[in-house]
Design a protein around this ligand. Structure first.
Ligand SMILES: [Zn+2]
Length: 483
């Protein structure tokens, strides 16, 4: 393979679960000198937003496919295949999809046919990623270690060993003729779940990534090559969980048989299925054994169950498809609004109260609405709910947890002391650092792939459209507004 032009290369470093406030704090303390020197100094750091559900794997889709998860028919890290759930025992197990265990690899095949950045940039190397679709032979590094060390680390907390293996694999790849590198450090997320997002061991994981950036830069410079464009990002935030409210446990207590992971996927006579992502979001599917493929709309959802769930302090909001088959209904215990999209404008119509805290009726284009929602406790909620329900596989009802609460019982092994998955700012806001110019306007993780393709001078195949917008176009919009 010929050596590509030097400036025509890009690296995404994904610090899984990195919180933007923690990252900024460590930068202020001078603890991340390499990130500061090689990435933020030439470019910048912004607080961006991720996707809903804000959970590992699902929230990698924007980076690697440039699409929202709902656009590629992946509604969560767990979801129910409605038709399969009505089949025999084998189909029932398959239908209760969970990318957290042995079905993990199915994420690659469940995503609808659309090119990944690996397809579009064949000279790609990825290190420690669950999403590998489109990688050429030999392009998937640390795959075995990710599975073996990753599952040990999940129980024993030995994430530093995995992160060090990633750093080494990254360094080993430096001299190869790649054009795009995708490097995932799982330690911050993994240790935060087990301990606390501010635990000393978590902060050490950020520093480990910084050292890895330093080592990689030194290697590239030693070879006399120009540095690639760096993008250092996270897939979601993270909060301490004070309360585990498991809707499945509550519903069972109310006499409603509930299909759920890990061992109740064959629940007899199940009337509801609860599919948890993150663990601070959950999607409910009613009558899971009916094999009915059509999803329910608001008035078809059992009112008693909906009211019961809305009354839980753990629930920030619920959302479902509107009866008119147009738009989404957003509910809290005392508020109700409708979200619709047409002719490039998103409409927010509060009917009672103001469930998204936007101050009343709005009709704005996507980017203006994104900016408006950044001031609320649920940033980008309108777009994220619309994209989720674009997926026919999404549940009949989706719940997003309030700060400090999640939707899995304390029975989970190991217990998650911290988590993510919800629409709240603490989970949706992520750091987006880049060594290239960043726009002043609000940005999303889905904007990275178009930005990188533009930099690498890679055109999209005809008929393929991405959900994100390259930074250059967003900057132009900002300049236009300033003028
Ligand atoms: Zn993650």
């Amino acid at each position: 393979m010929a050596t590509p032009p030097p400036a025509n290369r890009a690296v995404i470093v994904l610090i899984d679960g990195a919180r933007v406030d923690v990252l900024r704090d460590l930068l202020r303390r001078g603890d991340l000198p390499n990130l500061a020197r090689w990435v933020i100094e030439p470019g910048g750091l912004r607080t961006g937003t991720t996707v809903f559900p804000s959970t590992t794997g699902v929230a990698y889709i924007p980076f690697l496919f440039g699409r929202y998860p709902g656009s590629v028919d992946i509604p969560g890290i767990r979801w129910l295949d409605r038709r399969g759930a009505g089949g025999g025992w084998r189909e029932q197990w398959r239908a209760a999809r969970s990318y957290c265990g042995v079905q993990g690899g199915w994420l690659n095949t469940d995503i609808v046919a659309t090119p990944s950045i690996f397809d579009l940039v064949p000279e790609s190397i990825a290190i420690c990623t669950p999403l590998t679709r489109g990688l050429q032979a030999g392009g998937n590094r640390c795959a075995l270690r990710r599975v073996v060390l990753g599952s040990v680390a999940h129980y024993a907390g030995t994430y530093p060993a995995l992160d060090r293996a990633v750093a080494q694999a990254w360094l080993d790849a430096a001299d190869e003729p790649w054009r795009f590198l995708f490097v995932v450090f799982p330690g911050v997320d993994g240790i935060s779940h087990l301990k606390d997002p501010l635990h000393a061991a978590v902060l050490e994981s950020y520093r480990l990534v910084d050292c890895a950036i330093g080592a990689f830069v030194a290697r590239v410079r030693k070879r006399g090559r120009e540095l690639p464009a760096f993008f250092v990002v996270s897939d979601h935030g993270m909060t301490v969980m004070r309360e585990h409210t498991d809707p499945a446990v509550l519903l069972e207590r109310d006499g409603v048989p509930t299909l759920r992971h890990p061992v109740h996927v064959w629940r007899r006579g199940a009337r509801v299925a609860t599919m948890v992502s993150g663990n601070a979001s959950v999607q409910l599917y009613f009558d899971p054994r009916s094999a009915r493929e059509r999803s329910l709309t608001e008035s078809e959802i059992p009112e008693a169950i909906l009211e019961r769930l809305l009354a839980l302090p753990a629930v920030r909001l619920a959302a479902c498809r509107a009866d008119s088959a147009r738009g989404i209904v957003v509910r809290t215990q005392n508020a109700r609004a409708r979200l619709m999209e047409s002719a490039g404008l998103v409409r927010y119509e509060p009917e009672t109260g103001d469930p998204l805290g936007l101050g009343g009726y709005l009709e704005l284009d996507d980017r203006d609405l994104l900016s408006r929602t950044r001031e609320t406790d649920v940033p980008d909620a309108p777009r994220q709910l619309l994209q989720l329900f674009r997926s026919p596989r999404a549940g009949d009802l989706a719940l997003a947890a309030a700060p400090g609460a999640d939707f899995r019982g304390p029975w989970e092994i190991p217990e998650h002391r911290a988590g993510h998955g919800s629409l709240i700012a603490e989970h949706m806001e992520v750091p987006i650092a880049a060594s290239v110019t960043l726009p002043e306007t609000a940005i999303r993780t889905v904007d990275l792939m178009p930005t990188i393709l533009e930099r690498l001078d890679v055109a999209l195949p005809s008929g393929v459209a991405l959900d994100g917008v390259p930074f250059s176009k967003l900057a132009a919009v900002t300049e236009h507004l300033v003028r």
